[in-house]
Design a protein around this ligand. Structure first.
Ligand code: SAJ
Length: 463
């Protein structure tokens, strides 16, 4: 089949589409393609996930507006079917690959899922079919990994026996279906005609811009956009550390800086979690292959990865100042998801904060209204504690009756890493409030206990 014939089939919605990998990217993509009229086949290794999907039940946790309903609709109509068997992909005209592309402990791309998916696909790929990788990949991967693998396993040559492109996903948990329809996409094709054919497919549901480019440009765009975000978050975090040391308030400073044209200082926080930002800078960096000395991207990762330790330092020095060593202290950790009002805990900084507190001998109780197993009664978690540390600004935390909660604490230390409170807010009158990037603790509460250790506590940063 020529690309012109494929474009015609796409325009008539007669093209058969395969989606490999039915996770938080592949499943909404498969449902959306089915919704707009394509006969769609989803492939996943996990038999239970396949069974769930064919029963019209979404295996994706968390609040994804519209996804469960759409999945039920397209499975009942038969336009979407899931399978574990690649054999069914033999008749596909277009195959999207949306499998995980993590990095290993040495920050190198770990392509086991990608290479096994491409190898299995190559065994069955139809003549003239178009393969589009949606996973985020290191620049150069299409040319150096995917293309050779498909040529080897199909026994055909690129742009003769099959076509290849890269259209990186741009979805965020909690907004999967919405993002698929609204976010601009870059269609990187192995040829210009391939890129145009990709545009024809994505135009069936994407209302944002559809830009065309070559594959390496598409690989660069996605990894750069997330490395850019990571570096900017690291900048905000480093400014927060400086503010603490000079008694400034980073939250006020960033507001005022951002009044200056062309400035947009992001928000400091306890670290960077999620499935994209912690890993995509390393995927970008891997493209350098040691040929150029990368300093900024690794340094930004180190700053962000160092924030959980800084939060633990704030807690430790705050407790010590109030006469309570961290060993044996009871700490209430509020927020375990990596993002506000989400249940997604992937790479959450809270995990590191909890582990470090436990290693210091503290007793930790984590609470998160969205995370199953952690949706404990928040008042019970705080009662009798020596520190309440806010790591995620879930909207429910701001609504708590803090004056009453503080009186229930054994030691009234509140560490706020998300600026949930303004110092002048009445709720914190009776607490020692330590705010990331602004510190505070300059006026112990009226009922503060003398330093029972008799030693001079270490100064909290900025004291
Ligand atoms: N974070 C900060 N300060 C900030 C922004 C984020 O500390 O100013 C932290 C968050 O608390 C979280 C982590 O960084 O732990 C990541 O947050 P995020 O807002 O970047 O959310 P993600 O991880 O869902 O990132 C996704 C990315 N989307 C894709 O990869 C397709 C990213 O490109 C988007 O910019 C981001 O969503 C978004 O804007 O929501």
């Amino acid at each position: 089949m020529t690309l012109a014939e494929l474009r015609a089939k796409i325009d008539r919605r007669e093209a058969r589409v395969g989606v490999i990998g039915l996770g938080y990217v592949g499943l909404p993509v498969a449902c959306t393609l089915a919704r707009v009229g394509f006969h769609t086949l989803g492939v996943d290794l996990k038999a239970d996930r396949v069974a769930h999907i064919n029963a019209g039940m979404s295996p994706i946790e968390g609040d994804e507006p519209g996804l469960a309903e759409l999945l039920a609709e397209v499975t009942v109509s038969g336009r979407l079917r899931a399978t574990c068997d690649y054999e069914d992909v033999r008749t596909a005209d277009v195959v999207l690959v949306s499998v995980e592309t993590p990095v290993d402990d040495d920050h190198r791309p770990e392509y086991r899922s990608l290479t096994s998916a491409c190898s299995a696909l190559g065994q069955v790929l139809g003549e003239g079919a178009l393969v589009i990788v949606e996973s985020t990949i290191t620049p150069g991967t299409i040319d150096q990994v995917v293309r050779p693998l498909l040529e080897e396993t199909t026994g055909r040559q690129l742009n003769k026996g099959f076509y290849l492109g890269h259209c990186p996903e741009r979805v965020m948990p909690g907004h999967l279906l919405e993002n698929l329809g609204t976010m601009s996409r870059i269609c990187g094709g192995s040829t210009a005609e391939t890129a145009e054919t990709m545009v024809a497919l994505y135009r069936s549901y994407v209302r944002g811009d559809l830009d065309t480019a070559d594959c390496v440009t598409a690989e660069l765009v996605k990894t750069v956009e997330n490395a850019y975000r990571d570096v900017n978050i690291a900048f905000a975090n480093e400014v927060a550390l400086i503010c603490e040391s000079v008694g400034g308030d980073v939250w006020r400073v960033r507001e005022l800086v951002n009044k200056s044209p062309g400035r947009n200082v992001l928000l400091p926080g306890p670290g960077v979690g999620g499935h994209c930002i912690p890993k995509d800078p390393w995927l970008l960096a891997a493209a350098a292959k040691g040929s150029i000395p990368l300093r900024l991207i690794p340094a930004a990762r180190a700053v962000n990865d160092g924030m959980p330790q800084h939060v633990v330092d704030l807690i430790t020095s705050g407790l010590h100042r109030l006469g309570r060593p961290v060993s044996g202290a009871r700490v209430a950790v509020l927020g375990y998801a990596y993002l506000e009002n989400s249940d997604d805990t992937r790479n959450s900084p809270s995990e590191s904060v909890v582990a470090q507190l436990v290693s210091c001998g503290a007793t930790v109780l984590a609470q998160d209204p969205y995370v199953s197993g952690l949706n404990r009664d928040v008042e019970e978690v705080i009662a009798g504690s020596d520190c309440a540390v806010i790591l995620v600004n879930h909207r429910s935390y701001a609504a708590l009756d803090w004056p009453r909660l503080i009186t229930s604490m054994r030691t009234p230390l509140v560490v706020d890493t998300r600026r949930l409170f303004r110092d002048e807010a009445p709720p914190m009158r009776d607490a020692c409030l330590l705010t990331l990037g602004a510190v505070g603790l300059d006026r112990p509460p009226t009922n503060s206990k003398p330093d029972s250790t008799g030693t001079t506590p270490p100064r909290a940063p900025g004291e």
